[in-house]
Design a protein around this ligand. Sequence first.
Ligand SMILES: *[C@@H]1O[C@H](CO)[C@@H](O)[C@H](O)[C@H]1NC(C)=O
Ligand SMILES: *[C@@H]1O[C@H](CO)[C@@H](O)[C@H](O)[C@H]1NC(C)=O
Ligand SMILES: *[C@@H]1O[C@H](CO)[C@@H](O)[C@H](O)[C@H]1NC(C)=O
Ligand SMILES: *[C@@H]1O[C@H](CO)[C@@H](O)[C@H](O)[C@H]1NC(C)=O
Ligand SMILES: *[C@@H]1O[C@H](CO)[C@@H](O)[C@H](O)[C@H]1NC(C)=O
Length: 424
Amino acid sequence: MKSPSSSSSSSVRKNSYCSYLITISFIIFVTILYGEDFTCILRQQFIHYQQLDDHFDQHQQKQEKDEVVPFAVGTTESGCDIFSGEWVYDEETRPQYEEEECPYIQPQLTCQAQGRPDKAYQHWRWQPHGCNLPSFNATFMLEKLRGKRMLFVGDSLNRGQFVSMVCLLHRVIPEGEKSFKTIESLTTFRAKEYNATIEFYWAPFLVESNSDNAMVHRVSDRIVRGGSINKHARHWKHVDIMVFNTYLWWMTGMKMKILRGPFDGDMKNITLLEGADAYRLALRRMLKWLEKNMDPQKTRVFFTSMSPTHEKSFEWGGEQGGNCYNETTPIKDPNYWGRGSRKNIMQVVKQVFQTSKVPITVINITQLSEYRKDAHTSIYKKQWIPLTPEQIANPKSYSDCVHWCLPGLQDTWNELLFTKLFFP
Ligand SMILES: *[C@@H]1O[C@H](CO)[C@@H](O)[C@H](O)[C@H]1NC(C)=O
Ligand SMILES: *[C@@H]1O[C@H](CO)[C@@H](O)[C@H](O)[C@H]1NC(C)=O
Ligand SMILES: *[C@@H]1O[C@H](CO)[C@@H](O)[C@H](O)[C@H]1NC(C)=O
Ligand SMILES: *[C@@H]1O[C@H](CO)[C@@H](O)[C@H](O)[C@H]1NC(C)=O
Ligand SMILES: *[C@@H]1O[C@H](CO)[C@@H](O)[C@H](O)[C@H]1NC(C)=O
């Protein structure tokens, strides 16, 4: 709760018996609600009653607002920041599923099957400082998704989170009652008996780009069409829960090329923008679409913040020239923040979403994932292009320090999403 004395107290107020009574009954009400010690306020109540009344109004408005949050069934302990916490090693309850139990994990993320010798990365549980997370309950979630569409939109990191979500949910659905298929950019998991779908749509920049083919997108010369989103977004209409991300593809280290006009035109009108400015342009376009298409009374929108990389081990005090390869334990320094996670991008996210007419819940996974240098797929992923002898001689040269093994870190992202969805 905000301190009542924090608001201005300049205006002179009547000290009538009636408002005194209102103040007292409000204090009793708040004391019962929060069990807080209000004796100091009682002592000063003649000065502060008006502010308390104001505060009461705010509180009521907030309650009314809380009541209409779709999908919510409870609340997280007030004041608990679930993204601030620590990793606890927990062999008993983690992982929540086995790698071989989930047939939907693509071979780029099945680290055990690809030969990873250690398993500790699967056993870390996120423990917020201020409260406990509710347990992920697949049956409960599927009930809530009955007749609904949940859609993940973004890049390969978002795809990883989508697959993790499917792995967490699919176990309670019998064989024959579920399906999983990909058509072009859209992958759909269907829980038939629930008439529910969990979907992933590939759009690494959200807006239209020359990297939009879900299969063939290894392009270095990235071009986006700043204002153009409908080519993708027409597939996103009528979703009930939207979870989107975008980050890594913007971080080329060079200015972004923004195309005006279509890709099949002469492509002559290209402007160069700084990464952060181009990013802002795309987020704004996304926001405009969300405001037009998502109904805050019925739907929910989530944004997953930037996923960190671990490319340079000297950043966490490791040896020079190393990366995430051969890392098997999380970083312990609570303030660790790698250079790959650009704080100015986080600022852009905040600034753009502040203006939003539809509430966007940020799943702020950046800090907690920063600690997890051990959780990347590293060299334990399917290689589509055969490795050269030089690479084989130097494994860290082809180690993937961007993506994450499943089961693993991204299951936690979904626990946090589960918490924000049902216990905001
Ligand atoms: C999970 O949710 C279902 C459906 O709401 C409920 O019946 C069950 O008791 C829950 N399980 C746990 C372990 O809380
Ligand atoms: C199934 O869910 C869709 C929304 O995804 C809804 O339009 C449709 O009416 C539902 N069908 C049944 C039989 O409930
Ligand atoms: C390029 O696009 C911008 C923005 O739409 C427009 O203002 C400008 O006139 C265009 N330039 C050319 C040469 O077409
Ligand atoms: C991997 O780490 C272990 C233990 O920290 C070390 O003994 C080994 O030499 C490392 N291997 C490589 C190839 O760096
Ligand atoms: C996410 O968390 C980090 C630190 O934990 C904070 O600096 C940042 O502002 C947060 N981002 C948003 C969008 O809330």
